[in-house]
Design a protein around this ligand. Sequence first.
Ligand code: TPP
Ligand code: MG
Length: 349
Amino acid sequence: MAVAKTKPAEDSVHELPPAVDWGMHDSQVPEFSKEQELQALRQMLLIRRFEEKAGQMYGMGLIGGFCHLYIGQEAVVIGMEMAKQDGDQMITGYRDHGHMLACGMDPKGVMAELTGRRGGYSKGKGGSMHMFSLDSHFYGGHGIVGAQVPLGTGLAFANKYRGNDNVSLTYFGDGAANQGQVYESFNMAELWKLPVIFIIENNRYAMGTAVLRSSAQSDFSKRGLSFNIPGIQVDGMDVRAVKAAGEAALAWCRAGKGPMILEMMTYRYRGHSMSDPAKYRTKEEVDKVRNEHDPIEQVRKRLLDRKMASEDELKKVDAAVRAIINEAAEFATQDAEPDPSELYTDMYR
Ligand SMILES: Cc1ncc(C[n+]2csc(CCOP(=O)(O)OP(=O)(O)O)c2C)c(N)n1
Ligand SMILES: [Mg+2]
């Protein structure tokens, strides 16, 4: 009897999954007003310029340890931010700077944490993967792949227990989606109808492993089917589509119907972390997504094509964002390092 081939052909691994179109068709995506387009542009640019600066500072030796950049994925977190209401919590993995900036954390405090300075969110002792802000309802920053999923489900449990109206936005990657603890969380979330949105950021790779090489079911929106959790596949490069899907999922959760899965089809332009030989994909693949789907360029083009803004106005937005980032970098370079006497304070031992 012939044995079926289960491994994808070597060369197909480098291609984007053929079944994926980029979500909704253009005619179904709700339009943004000029104000919404500009807000999305400003916030996505803030993340991109922050990450570019962090990359430079890492190269200069000002940032040490692990550092995972979010460049390319900005529309996911900003679309969700535009949909959510104050009080909704956010939790994610280690690719977390964008999430922090999106929920209003101070770029100075985030950058200073990266450089290990006193003014950082964890007083310079946590670094890239360990920052939290109760004021902004941000619960980290988790280096253990998938660990944030039960924690995010716990946040939703707390919301239900306290009888408030908040929803937990629990972000994780396509790689994390293969973790066992994710499915234990799905079961409890649906059983107890917890207000949690499982946002799977499918950026096509887990470190150097393509989705098709590691996932038996690569349509992650269907991963909740056996628990009766509905899922939607979303064009995660179009901030308008993300906001619309986010609003639908938030309404579902707030109505007491339990969890929902949003699979965001997205892409990371940079390596997994700062030391990534990138041998697992071609430059052409990266360039194609960047040229045809870039989340920031899409907004910029719409604003110009529809004459909602001039080149000059857009340059001013960029300059204002750069000024904020330069100020954050300056602070993170000048601020003092923690005093050695601080070595054991705020630490679990
Ligand atoms: C439990 C655990 N296993 C393995 C690792 C090593 N590791 C770090 S990131 C990563 C890939 C995760 O990829 P994905 O969930 O797709 O997130 P992305 O990096 O693409 O944002 C792995 C295997 C880890 N940190 N924790
Ligand atoms: Mg991934």
